[in-house]
Write a protein that binds this ligand. Sequence first.
Ligand SMILES: C[S@@+](CC[C@H](N)C(=O)[O-])C[C@H]1O[C@@H](n2cnc3c(N)ncnc32)[C@H](O)[C@@H]1O
Length: 329
Amino acid sequence: MYAEVLRLLVDDYEVGGVSVEVLAGYDGRSFGEAIGLRLLAAVHSMVLSGTAPELAAFYPSVGGTWDPVLGWEAFEQVLRSRLGEVRSLLTQPPQTNEVGRSAALYGGLLHLVAAVPLPVRLFEIGASGGLNLRADQYRYLTDGASYGPADSPVVFDSAWSGQVPSVDLRIAERVGCDIAPVNPLTTDGALTLTSYVWPDMSDRLERLRGALKVARDVPADVRREDAVSFLNALELSEGHVTVVWHSIMWQYLRRTDRSAIEARLQELGGQATESAPLAHLRLEPHQVITHDRGATGWEYRVDLQTWPDGKRRVLGRAAPHGQELVWEA
Ligand SMILES: C[S@@+](CC[C@H](N)C(=O)[O-])C[C@H]1O[C@@H](n2cnc3c(N)ncnc32)[C@H](O)[C@@H]1O
């Protein structure tokens, strides 16, 4: 659906349609700023909150059926009639808290705890609504094995391929930071998070709605703080493995912040011991050469580095929202 909407938006822009006004001042923005995603989410939030009923009939997230002809007409009409509102929503950076990424983070955690059997302190940077900080509260079904509580409202069918160890996972702390955290317990927060899910992706919507329920019962402390100062205040703890994790947030950091985070992790790693270890677990894109003509593409890797040994390994690969997750042998 969004592929079609975006193509129609490009056509509209090229012929000088309403999208030129909507996007005035935004040309030349970087890919990482995800202006297209912001625009789609702005309109989706109007549909979800019931203020764009003429468009709701075409949005599967509220029971409608997408139609590229009539749906686009209604979409364009909303851009025309709600121009000011859409433009004010465009100023907000993306807030996708993708529950699908929990599979990669959780599986990575099981790999870690199999090697380092200690209770876990979880620290997430760029945590958004903190939904992935509850990754152990979701149910993961795979060929021949299952993980997580059987009664969880979040279920991953065919969560991954490849082997993941079954371990006794104990989470002692769940703390996150974000420069613009979303509270998943409020109506507004739930609306914001839902608006960033693509309306015809029913699996993602279902998992998000389940995760919003889990969030009511399982607290996580997500602070309004940038990643650098959050990690500067982090200390290791005796008898725990301290895990710093993140997914699809690295692209939003300034270069200097990336370097500061890497330096801080090295510093903490230098203080790590067998009884107070540190781990850095992430699902982030890496640019790779895709074929012999030298073109580049993106590969989303689950990477783990542990200290005191400093060992670094690629655990698996997934698609950007955590789907098609494959663990290395
Ligand atoms: C695409 S979202 C991903 C959210 C979550 N990690 C996930 O995978 O569902 C990126 C998040 O990074 C946050 N962010 C961007 N820059 C940040 C910074 N310097 N410090 C902390 N969070 C940041 C954004 O506010 C946003 O919530």
